[in-house]
Design a protein around this ligand. Structure first.
Ligand SMILES: *Cc1c(COP(=O)(O)O)cnc(C)c1O
Length: 439
């Protein structure tokens, strides 16, 4: 056993991990495309893009070279008082992908900080424009927006957030246009919209922003929205001048089949948060983009109207270079073809799932596939997830169930053969569970 494995055992604290009972972490030494290579030479298919970040595959040479080139040219510079080409060009290209509507990019480090920036921008905008009473943020049931205190505040309250209850700020919680379990119907959309519309009728003047994960609630189980709801939410928030914050941290960069989830319903948010796939999954970087109108509310001779926010590594040039290389790859016809191909494979397997007993729901949005195992106690803490996780790993596939929901969110380079293999394994696991192996 290599000595570094022992070092890790003694000194590392892993995320979302009960260190007392968790199985030994798998030592990984390299990656290529959709494969992770373990220290003992075993290969594992990364069917969850390493927590939804890897777009073009592990160790993609185009991005690796861009990073090496940038690191040898300019690795970092203070971003107050300085600008560099990778950040300037990246902002321009991202803005172009939002049809020129979101003109300004504010850089930070990860999804959570991008959400913090979005909330702070909206709240200070009201101060700057003479509506300081508008401080409420509306968030949806089943939402996940990150793990820092502000991001947790807008996310669904759960066992994860319970210890910090007193430190989080209050938000207005609204029903989401999804079923928490089982198939989503038009009724979910109707209830969500009626609740929102009737609240805003009387309270719109207190509200600054509404934050959503457009079309798919990722962390709460790849819950997929009823069609049309996003468009309706945009229309009603626009009517009252409420900022729509689209958290596209998971859904962005073709995960849902379009470059951004908002595009499915021709929605332009006022603010969007991008991270995860932004650098193709190579480096931590995020961006909070907003309209020129929001930006202009911070322009003033009064220094108090400045947005006083920043991070040590804001707009790190190496991370921006990785993002540019990832965009180059994303903008090719080949990527769009791969994205379509993944969705086709997912859909071709739907009848096989529907034919199985023990399936509470099965759903696809673009490259995201999810199957909900029927179970007495659904949710994250259902005992099923960890058992399935081990079952899949023993067959050479990394799938990390969210409780009783098993999902596939693959890197776009995955071969058809391997994607079909993953589906066949999930189908096999339904049988394995039915036989009582997961008890
Ligand atoms: C992952 C995620 C975040 C948080 O991003 P981090 O980089 O983990 O801080 C926020 N919102 C959504 C929708 C996410 O999926």
């Amino acid at each position: 056993m290599s000595s570094w494995i022992e070092s890790g055992r003694k000194h590392v604290w892993h995320p979302f991990t009960q260190m007392k009972t968790a199985p030994e972490p798998l030592p990984v030494v390299s990656g290529k495309d959709e494969l992770l290579v373990l220290a003992d030479g075993r290969q594992v298919i990364d069917a969850v893009s390493s927590w939804w970040v890897t777009l073009h595959g592990h160790a993609n040479p185009v991005i690796a070279e861009a990073i090496a080139r940038q690191a040898a040219t300019l690795e970092q510079v203070i971003f107050a008082g300085f600008i560099h080409e990778p950040a300037a060009v990246l902002s321009e290209r991202l803005s172009g992908h939002w049809g020129g509507h979101l003109t300004r990019s504010f850089f930070s480090d990860d999804g959570s900080t991008a959400v913090e920036v979005a909330i702070k921008l909206s709240v200070q905008y009201r101060q700057n424009t003479g509506e300081p009473h508008r401080t409420q943020v509306i968030a949806l049931d089943h939402a996940y927006h990150g793990d820092t205190l502000g991001a947790m505040s807008v996310g669904e309250r759960s066992a994860f957030t319970a210890p910090f209850q007193k430190l989080m700020f209050d938000v207005i919680r609204m029903p989401s246009p999804v079923a928490a379990s089982g198939p989503t119907t038009a009724e979910h959309r109707q209830i969500a919209m009626e609740t929102l519309v009737s609240y805003l009728e009387y309270h719109h003047n207190e509200v600054t922003a509404l934050i959503v994960e457009p079309l798919v609630h990722g962390a709460s189980g790849m819950l997929m929205w009823a069609p049309g709801a996003l468009r309706e939410i945009r229309d009603v928030t626009a009517r009252y001048g409420i900022h729509l914050i689209a958290d596209e941290i998971m859904t962005g960069f073709y995960r849902t089949g379009e470059l951004f989830a908002c595009r499915h319903e021709q929605v332009m948010p006022d603010i969007t948060c991008l991270s995860k796939g932004l650098t193709g999954g190579f480096l931590p970087l995020s961006v909070t983009m907003c309209t020129e109108e929001i930006y202009e509310a911070f322009l003033s001779d009064d220094r108090m109207k400045t947005f006083f926010h920043g991070h040590s590594y804001t707009a790190n040039p190496i991370a921006c270079a990785a993002a540019l290389a990832s965009l180059d790859l994303l903008e090719t016809e080949e990527t769009r073809r791969k994205v379509k191909g993944i969705e086709e494979v997912h859909r071709s397997f739907l009848p096989a799932y529907q034919a199985q007993p023990g399936v509470a729901d099965v759903r696809v949005t673009g490259t995201i596939f999810a199957v909900e195992f029927a179970e007495a106690t659904p949710g994250y803490f259902s005992g099923l997830g960890p058992k399935l996780y081990q079952f899949y790993l023993s067959e050479g596939v990394l799938l990390r169930p969210l409780g009783n929901v098993v999902y596939i969110l693959p890197p776009y380079c995955i071969s058809r053969e391997n994607l079909e293999k993953v589906h066949r394994l999930i189908l096999k696991s339904l049988e394995w569970v039915r036989e009582g192996n997961a008890r």
